[in-house]
Design a protein around this ligand. Structure first.
Ligand code: NAP
Length: 245
């Protein structure tokens, strides 16, 4: 049984491909989204209870290999897998989509975290499209100089900025749609994590087209371990190194 730590489009693609190959796959989801898009194969939901419990779970379920395909900003589960897998003697691979790169015409401000993103807002804009996700929005609650269009998949918990509108939506997004949103709300600044990938990239194209600044939160540091960037590479690794298929 191959365990895919999921919650991303790549994780779903990988699980689908493994299942189609006849390889037994179990996808693990954190359970943050009430109506997640489910992959093929088996699915389990919820945390493992920390690295030690995770190692025990891996042994108990006779997992042959783990592919950590979680979101680039999901640092805790990755750190937990990096501890649990060696402890249980289970090979681990990280599948991580490449980050976004600036193109001519972009006006990006890179910041290390959400607090620094919030601090940078007053000098860059007044009407913000905030797309950093549901978690950590408290960092923006004290920003009184700007109005926020907060877009996320699930309703966020307070505290939130006083001046805001909530837009519950899930990608993929199109350039035409993002331009329309920017124009409708007179957006003059976009704030995003460096999530990478094509599903949510259109906001960056739209910002370039409207000559808007973008605050980009850098990815958190990760444990040094074998990493691939595509589902195809992860499939090859699974076949070669886990003795599966
Ligand atoms: P996190 O901070 O790294 O994880 C917090 C805790 O949630 C982990 O310690 C673990 O609990 C549990 N957990 C997280 N992912 C899990 C998984 N795939 N399977 C089982 N348990 C999991 O993660 P997060 O930022 O809350 O993200 C949660 C999930 O949402 C991830 O699967 C990620 O791929 C997805 N996601 C995250 C973002 C983001 O911006 N962070 C964006 C889109 C999707 P235990 O310690 O109890 O094992």
């Amino acid at each position: 049984m191959i365990l895919v730590l999921g919650g991303t489009g790549e994780a779903r693609e990988l699980a689908d491909a493994l299942d189609k190959d006849g390889i037994a796959v179990l996808s693990s989801l954190a359970g943050r989204v009430s109506n997640p898009r489910l992959p093929r194969g088996e699915v389990r939901v919820g945390g493992f209870g920390g690295p030690e419990a995770f190692a025990g779970w891996l042994r108990e379920h006779r997992i042959a290999a783990v592919i950590d395909a979680t979101h680039p900003f999901a640092a805790r589960i990755s750190a937990s897998a990096a501890q649990a897998c060696p402890a249980a003697g289970v090979p681990l691979l990280r599948l991580e989509r490449p980050g976004w790169a600036e193109r001519p015409g972009d006006q990006w401000r890179w910041v290390p975290d959400l607090a620094d993103a919030a601090a940078a807002i007053p000098s860059l804009g007044r009407r913000v499209l905030l797309t950093t996700g549901r978690q950590g929005l408290a960092a923006f609650a004290g920003v009184t100089e700007a109005w926020f269009l907060i877009r996320c998949v699930e309703p966020p918990d307070p505290p939130l900025p006083a001046g805001h509108e909530l837009l519950l939506d899930r990608g993929p997004y199109t350039l035409a749609g993002e331009l329309q949103l920017i124009d409708l709300h007179s957006i003059d600044l976009v704030v995003t994590k460096d999530s990478g990938g094509g599903l949510t990239e259109a906001k960056l194209d739209a910002a370039r087209e409207r000559r808007l600044p973008v605050i980009v939160v850098r990815r958190p540091a990760r444990p040094a371990l074998g990493t691939v960037h595509t589902v195809a590479e992860a499939l090859t690794w699974t076949r070669d190194h886990a003795g599966a298929g």
